[in-house]
Write a protein that binds this ligand. Structure first.
Ligand code: ZLV
Ligand code: CA
Ligand code: ZN
Length: 393
């Protein structure tokens, strides 16, 4: 007996397609679709599937993909031949059409299928919220926030988040987008740059010359022209290496509460990129699953329709822990699931440590130096508060 029961009068849907993991970006590429299998295996081992509606996501159609993306770009994605692996060492980034085929966005076998499955899951999740069949809809295979209208970028080809938000905008006057991936959510910010119906808030490491994508400064808040409705509707929270749970939770809750009070969204889209966790292969923060997931818990408590997307996350065992624990929060079982990874979990040995919520010492030994001062964090909150004076709903 697992004891994981369905929350009464509250519906959570889980949108996933196991075919996503059949796709490989290449041996040395940090993006590992297999992390989704590891996540699903942990979610199932805890018996969480008994407390949710589980859907095998379908592939998004051409018409759905072109509801945001340029048709010549989608046509190219659908027909382009996979490039030989590995890349030519002499010329790793040859003439890139739509930024495809370089080392960040390789052309692998089945790419179009992979993109359509990620988009299909996010669209299904958004539609479950629109039809009131779900209170929280989860799409861990989505969250690919760098993809542009006619260009691939940073491991992202199709912006499933934009597709999902466009669905939410059919029902809701205003949608709040929040992004806790360690990278700036530039693609989503750009898509809704000129509208006051979507407010975007990204928390990220900001180091323009050394960290991808280099955008997302505190002062970048949307179009500079006051006549453009999108002015003041982009919020950026630039951070340095080593931020901890306590600081992140304080920043997140202070900023999001003020944003919600002023903007009054009808729904929230939360990108839960797990590369902001301590021990990530690309990220350099000191967040534990507890700090990361406190963002999900806070958003849930706001009581608005909520869609949870995946995103980055390059140490699969940590990604699976975070997204499984965040699934537990969605169904309200975070306090009654065992703190040990269940013994029958497939690939249990991949987790290395038995605990679902390891300490910073277990993950890193010594935590990374924290380069965020309280003074800087206070300045950020002050700047955001000033921006919000221009936002009224
Ligand atoms: O987590 O990449 O730095 C959402 C997400 O936000 C770059 N790319 C660009 C700019 C110059 N290039 C470097 C090219 C690197 C190509 C291969 C790697 C291979 C091994 C290890 C690390 C990387 C890598 N690439 C690290 N950072 C990059 C970024 C892209 C980051 C995308 C984050 C995506 C899913
Ligand atoms: Ca972010
Ligand atoms: Zn990322």
């Amino acid at each position: 007996e697992h004891g994981i029961t369905r929350p009464k009068g509250y519906n959570v849907s889980f949108h996933y397609n196991p075919d996503m993991e059949k796709h490989h970006f290449g041996m040395t590429h940090p993006m590992k679709p297999w992390r989704l299998t590891l996540t699903k295996s942990l979610v199932s081992a805890y018996g969480m599937n008994f407390a949710m509606d589980n859907y095998t996501a379908r592939a998004a159609t051409y018409e759905e993909l072109t509801s945001y993306h340029a048709s010549d770009y989608v046509d190219h994605l659908a027909t382009v031949a996979p490039q030989p692996q590995p890349l030519d060492v002499e010329n790793p980034n040859p003439d890139l059409k739509f930024n495809l085929g370089g080392s960040d966005c390789p052309l692998f076998e089945g790419l179009y299928n992979y993109c359509s499955l990620s988009g299909g899951a996010s669209l299904d999740a958004a539609r479950k919220l629109c039809s009131n069949q779900s209170d929280i809809a989860i799409a861990w295979g989505g969250g690919l926030h760098h993809a542009k209208k006619a260009e691939a970028s940073g491991f992202c080809y199709i912006n499933d988040i934009v597709l999902g938000i466009l669905q939410l905008l059919r029902i809701h006057a205003r949608v709040l987008y929040i992004d806790i991936d360690v990278h700036h959510g530039d693609g989503v910010e750009e898509a809704f740059f000129s509208t006051d119906r979507v407010m975007t808030v990204s928390f990220h490491k900001y180091d323009p010359l050394n960290f991808f994508p280099g955008t997302g400064a505190l002062e970048d808040n949307g179009p500079k022209s006051e006549h453009n409705p999108g002015a003041h509707h982009a919020i950026n929270v630039p951070l340095n290496d080593g931020i901890n749970d306590e600081q992140y939770k304080w920043l997140f809750e202070t900023i999001i509460q003020r944003v919600v009070d002023k903007f009054r969204p009808g729904a929230i889209a939360l990108q839960c990129g797990a590369d902001s966790l301590a021990g990530d292969r690309l990220g350099k923060f000191n967040l534990l699953v507890q700090g990361h997931s406190s963002c999900v818990e806070f958003c849930k408590k706001l009581g608005l329709p909520l869609i949870l997307f995946g995103g980055g996350g390059y140490t699969p065992k940590n990604v699976a822990r975070a997204w499984a624990y965040e699934t537990a929060i969605a169904i309200g079982h975070q306090d009654d699931i065992p703190s040990q990874i269940p013994i029958h979990t497939p690939w249990r040995d991949r987790f290395k440590i038995d605990s679902l919520l390891p300490t910073i010492q277990q993950i890193l030994g010594e935590p990374r130096q924290n380069r965020n001062t309280q003074k800087k964090l206070t300045e950020i909150v002050q700047h955001v508060t000033e921006q919000l004076r221009f936002v009224g709903a």
